[in-house]
Write a protein that binds this ligand. Sequence first.
Ligand code: 5GP
Length: 194
Amino acid sequence: MRNKGVLFVISGPSGVGKGTIVKELLKRDESIVVSISATTRQPRETDVDGKDYFFITDEKFKSMIENGEFLEYAEYVSSSYGTPKATVLSWLYEGKTVILEIETVGAFQIREKMPEAKLLFIMPPSIEVLVKRLTHADTGTRDNIDDRIQKALDEIKKAPSYDYIVVNDDLERAVEETYKIIESVRKDYGSDDN
Ligand code: 5GP
């Protein structure tokens, strides 16, 4: 049996504003939900456990891998991140539009496992803008800025393999474009559903 929901993977370099875009999508449409990942990284000041992430130990992360509890998982700047499987699958079964906001290694794992998933990459308007955002505000801490810049450049190279690329030059415009993409994919899914 085919899942009724639609799975969207949204990736993009740290500091590109993908979290803000996802928040706007959630406000717009209550059938859109976002998966809460598990991570071993330290919470930032603004992070809320159980809302932004499930902050867990390395041991717990390993046991979740062993028990097959992740849909995908990856390392990112010395921490582990993974998508808990059960909630995502039940949301898809319920017909929701599920967003995974994850990095590129995990995104390609999802494509392997669930080829019907759509991969969308949020691109900064320029490298200069991205470096500026990463160096100043975004992460709120000094954690690994140089590593994150390097990682961002590596991730941008993967963008051509994504199904869609949206440039975040203007928040409202980028949200609109992303929402239109979601709507058009949902329409395609619906059309062969009978
Ligand atoms: P941050 O530490 O800035 O919250 O996240 C770092 C990177 O990890 C971001 O690119 C974010 O999208 C990604 N990420 C968050 N959760 C997951 C996850 O469950 N799986 C994977 N593969 N990446 C994740």
